[in-house]
Design a protein around this ligand. Structure first.
Ligand code: SF4
Length: 701
């Protein structure tokens, strides 16, 4: 039976797959043992590649919404109608009257990565949004201001480190996020087997915390305080060791001055971790032969996400753990997007413009998605009247989804590039569905930049697309040509990829990659500073002004925490990552959603007792913006006072055409999250720590 080798592009881990198939049918999907990055690792989600390919609900041809339902139309009709309607709105109300939203799968698709830029430029609007600001914007802002490029993100060197401090992340389930680490369990075991330690800080005893050497609960949103206390202890106990970084660091004194106000003894009662434990953690981190601090969703999607990502970099730097084996390192990918754009001065721009209604900062041509609904709903010049969404479901994945749902329903026109009629695209007038997964070729431009080992892998398509289908890049190209009135340059993804590989640091070619179906091993991460920096004088500013100023906001918030009185919403809500789910779009795979209910509220036994609820019962959860009903799971894995709901669920809505998802709907956490809760510094949505009330369904607050 023929075997097709490819990289899974469903999540960030880019696992190597070996897919056995015959006569257009897949008989098995397993991990590719010879893949130099994933070495045979695979997770249960990989089968979704087959399920999505075979899904009868998946759109393959353009459709138009009519009063009699969805009607199939030709590609030419669809392109012309989309462009005519967008232009009509722009001619009447100005270029910014069209908004665009790009969902997470865009960065997992070669065609979209290469061709969507020209499309957004041709749209000519400043009202651009993406999933970045619902996820990881603080990482980019910290990287831009400290290393000079928003994508120059330090990656934990997990295969060599001796101490890993994990804050608000669950890599045993995610296999790394902004840290492509397929088979993270193997890396974690390796740390422990070489005598190292893994410490997890999280308000839930996650799957990673369960296997770690030590786990500390922390109240959501207070990680920046813990980081400041760790940095304080490093200075106070004489543990600073810049080593090889000595000549390229500026601003050490400023950081010491800031951290001086946050002793472990001051911070301990606020974060719920004893001062002696904080001091011991600081000592162990600084004294380890190598160490790395890594913080993700819990430390990013919160009110002080920017401060957290800055302070994580600071902790790694002042202990000499940046750019050294076993520390936080930078990759050297074969398609060197960072080097390519950086050498042309395209490193990222922060705060050049502000959003019209709430004044949130722009990052590299995008406004924070928390502002999207208000930009549609608030009248005035620049109001969004038409939208294009691309591979995204912001109704489920962005804060206050109900508000956005209503906003989209009131648009003059909406087009979606998507394979499903989901909670967001049901509002579209026209849907243009691209090919997906197994019908497409793939080279991962972004996640090789974030991988724990340098590799390169090209995946050809497994199945031919049907003649009437279109790839994403063909859709972007057709729309771009019509919007700009200019013919395309004739380039296709393969020629662009080949060009970038040849111009890259290893001077590979697409032919070489095609001849290596398991991928090419380019070696472990290597020290590369200061050459890789894009900062003035190739120095790392340890205390960029905007972070220093944001400490004042943190200090004010501490006073609020200290003086808080009893609230109508006594519990704090956090999200959680699940092995069989990735955002909102894999819930139409029966193999992934079958079995016990997965969209549940986790709550500590004492909080459940106070709320008068029992395990397995359907309960009501309410916040300042909405309420949902959800099955409860009582578990001491939750910190008292904190509850958790996974995100991406909530499929029971009129007009959705995803049969499996609708029969396993769950409830949307984002019907509870608030669009006004953001990290004011970066504009990222602050999902973590939303105040909620929980009680029996018949009860009210
Ligand atoms: S971990 Fe991610 S990349 Fe790996 S098989 Fe699962 S979904 Fe695919």
């Amino acid at each position: 039976m023929p075997t097709h080798y490819r990289a899974c592009n469903l999540c960030e881990a880019i696992c190597g797959l070996a897919i056995e198939h015959e006569n257009g049918k897949i008989s098995s999907i397993r991990g590719d043992e010879q893949d130099p990055l994933s070495r045979g690792h695979i997770c249960p989600k990989a089968v979704a590649l087959q399920d999505v390919y075979e899904d009868p609900d998946r759109l393959k041809y353009p459709v138009r919404r009519t009063i009699n339902g969805w009607q199939r139309i030709s590609w030419e009709e669809a392109y012309d109608e989309v462009v005519a309607n967008l232009r009509k709105v722009q001619e009447k109300h100005g270029p910014d009257a069209v908004g665009a939203y790009f969902g997470n799968p865009n960065v997992h698709n070669l065609g979209s990565m290469l061709f969507s830029g020209a499309f957004t430029k041709a749209l000519g609007t400043r009202n651009r949004f993406s999933a970045t600001s619902a996820d990881q914007l603080p990482h980019h802002v910290a990287a831009l201001l400290m290393f000079g490029h928003g994508l120059l993100l330090p990656v934990p060197d997990v295969s060599r480190t001796h101490f890993m401090l994990i804050i608000g992340a669950n890599p045993l389930v995610s296999n790394g996020s902004l840290m492509t680490a397929p088979g993270f369990a193997r890396h974690m075991k390796g740390i422990q087997e070489r005598g190292g330690r893994v410490v997890v800080i999280d308000p839930r005893r996650t799957e990673t915390a369960e296997k770690a050497d030590v786990h500390y609960f922390i109240r959501p949103g207070r990680d920046a305080l813990l980081l400041l206390a760790l940095i304080h202890a490093v200075f106070e106990e004489g543990l600073v060791g810049l080593h090889h970084l000595e000549d390229i660091i500026a601003g050490l004194d400023a950081v010491q001055k800031i951290a001086a106000g946050f002793s472990p003894e001051t911070v301990a009662p606020l974060v719920g971790i004893k001062a002696e434990d904080i001091r011991r953690l600081a000592r162990e981190f600084a004294d380890a032969p190598s160490a790395v601090c890594y913080g993700r969703m819990g430390a990013s999607t919160q009110a002080f996400g920017g401060l957290c990502q800055w302070l994580i970099n600071v902790l790694n730097i002042i202990t000499g753990n940046l750019d050294r084996e076993g520390g936080a390192m930078f990759t050297q990918p074969a398609f060197d997007h960072v080097g390519f754009t950086g050498s042309r001065g395209k490193t990222g721009i922060f705060g050049r413009r502000r959003s019209r209604v709430s004044g949130l900062p722009e990052y590299s041509g995008e406004f924070p998605v928390a502002a999207l609904a208000e930009e549609i709903l608030t009248p005035g010049e620049g109001q969004i009247r038409a939208m294009v969404t691309v591979a995204g479901n912001p109704v489920l994945s962005t804060p206050n989804g109900q508000q956005l749902d209503k906003a989209l329903a009131g648009l003059e026109f909406m087009a979606a590039i998507d394979i499903y009629i989901n909670e967001t695209t049901r509002h579209a007038n026209i849907i243009l569905p691209p090919t997906t997964g197994l019908e497409t070729e793939h080279y991962d431009i972004i996640f090789h930049i974030l991988a724990v080992h340098n590799t390169a892998k090209y995946s050809p398509p497994l199945f031919e697309k049907e003649p009437e289908q279109r790839h994403d890049w063909q859709i972007f190209q057709a729309l771009t040509e019509r919007l700009s009135g200019q013919p395309g340059n004739g380039m296709q993804p393969q020629s662009m990829l080949d060009f970038a590989l040849r111009a890259g640091p290893y001077q590979l070619s697409l032919k070489q990659l095609a001849e290596a179906p398991h991928g090419i091993d380019l070696g472990p991460l290597q020290p590369c500073l200061p050459e890789r920096l894009f900062t003035p004088g190739k120095k790392i500013p340890l205390a960029p002004e905007i972070f220093v100023q944001d400490i004042t906001r943190l200090t004010k918030e501490i006073e609020n925490w200290k003086t808080a009185t009893e609230s109508h919403f006594p519990l704090l809500l956090t999200g959680r990552r699940q092995l069989r789910s990735n955002n909102s779009w894999m819930h139409n795979s029966y193999r992934l959603v079958k079995g016990r209910e997965r969209c549940t509220l986790l709550i500590h036994p004492e909080d459940a007792r106070k709320a008068g609820i029992e395990d397995g019962q359907e309960v009501k959860v309410a916040s300042s913006v909405g309420a949902i009903q959800i099955i409860v799971e009582i578990s001491s894995e939750m910190m008292p006072g904190v509850v958790s709901i996974p995100h991406g669920w909530g499929h029971r809505r009129d007009g959705v055409q995803m049969g499996v998802a609708q029969s396993h709907p769950g409830a949307s956490i984002n019907d509870l999250t608030e669009n006004s809760r953001i990290d004011e510094l970066t504009g990222n949505a602050a999902f973590s720590g939303v105040p909620v009330w929980v009680g029996p369904p018949g009860n009210n607050l």
